[in-house]
Design a protein around this ligand. Sequence first.
Ligand code: IFM
Length: 436
Amino acid sequence: MNFTRADFPEGFVFGTATSAYQIEGHRFGGAGKTHWDSFAATPGNVVRAENGAVACDHYHRMEEDLDLLADLGADAYRFSTSWARVLPEGRGPVNEAGLDFYDRLVDGLLARGIKPAATLYHWELPSPLADLGGWRNRDIAGWFADFTATIMDRIGDRLWSVAPINEPWCVGWLSHFDGYHAPGLRDIRATARAMHHVLLAHGRATQVMRGLGMQNLGAVCNMEWSQPADDSPETHAAATAYDALYNRFFLGGLFHRAYPAEVLAGLEPHLPESWQEDFGIIAEPLDWLGVNYYTRKLITHAPGPWPNYREVDGPLEKTQMGWEIYPDGLRDFLIRTARDYTGNLPLYVTENGMAHADSPDLPDTARIDYLTRHLNAARAAIAEGVPLKGYFTWSLMDNYEWTLGYEKRFGLVHVDFDSLQRTPKASYQALSKWWR
Ligand code: IFM
């Protein structure tokens, strides 16, 4: 890596991220069923029908994993709390073992001098709530607010930061329009409702936490830089529509109390009644915004029904996910987000990293190169005046990559999914040299 910690502003926070279902081992500790369990059990949805039942068994190996984080020199750790581990039915009776687990996790981080950065929801919805319509049901905002109160009552006094929901685009669009994530729907009305309700739930949870006197509350949005595949006006319109749906819809709701016209063109007839009246809750003021960034997409026009775009294969070098490597997109998103939405509000890169088909003894140069190039892009944004305050790599360790099972390895630490042995990769060693 061609820079050191000293090349970033004083107090810049470096960390790594994971999520509950992807690492914990959902079958341990009395957690309730989730829509990811049933989605994965349905043939054809997930590679080899793999699920998060055991994952990395972080539930039993938490201390070892926290030691890895400490040895890495991380300042902060983004983890998520599993709704079904805390409330197995989604509402009602609490699983004390679940609350104890997150209590120990937070204390374990603090004991090692690492800032706990919590995400309340990273995708595993309790099945009883999915049965009631999940994100399509407006009541989910209240259910989520109650879950927020339950978990924050226990750990809220010791958290460094909280974001209610990870990547609302994935919760809304990828899961209800593309059908690629649980619950696997492909329905425009379900999509419109889920996309709106996810923001409403974010706002309600934020209000609950403000009521508890909590600070450093934010939101985490994933972004993909969209570029037209050719110069025709209709291809440009397609790329703009992709950008609106993926990147500007959620920022618009959170910061401008409005949704982009390109999205309303398709979703407005399907949004819940009086949706505009919810912006007072959705746009609850925040302390920071997190950007999750991995890639760009080349977009072209697609005939037929809205949204009239499709992705085309791009020429750039790709990761194991088949995602093009495009660090400039990170710089440009940070600049655009600050300019058009967040102003002086602190920004964080809350996820960035690459999947690579590696084993513990390989040099891991591709990942080191990817991280170096994106950290340089972050520095370029800072040089342009963007108030970027931190950067988190995805992920601390190889884990369950949802629909793609355990094959896609994003970790700084290699996990052998038979023995569950952890082995730091060369990228872990490289980061640990200059993070400390
Ligand atoms: O593994 C996911 C994570 O759950 C959310 N952000 C993107 C990562 C890589 O696909």
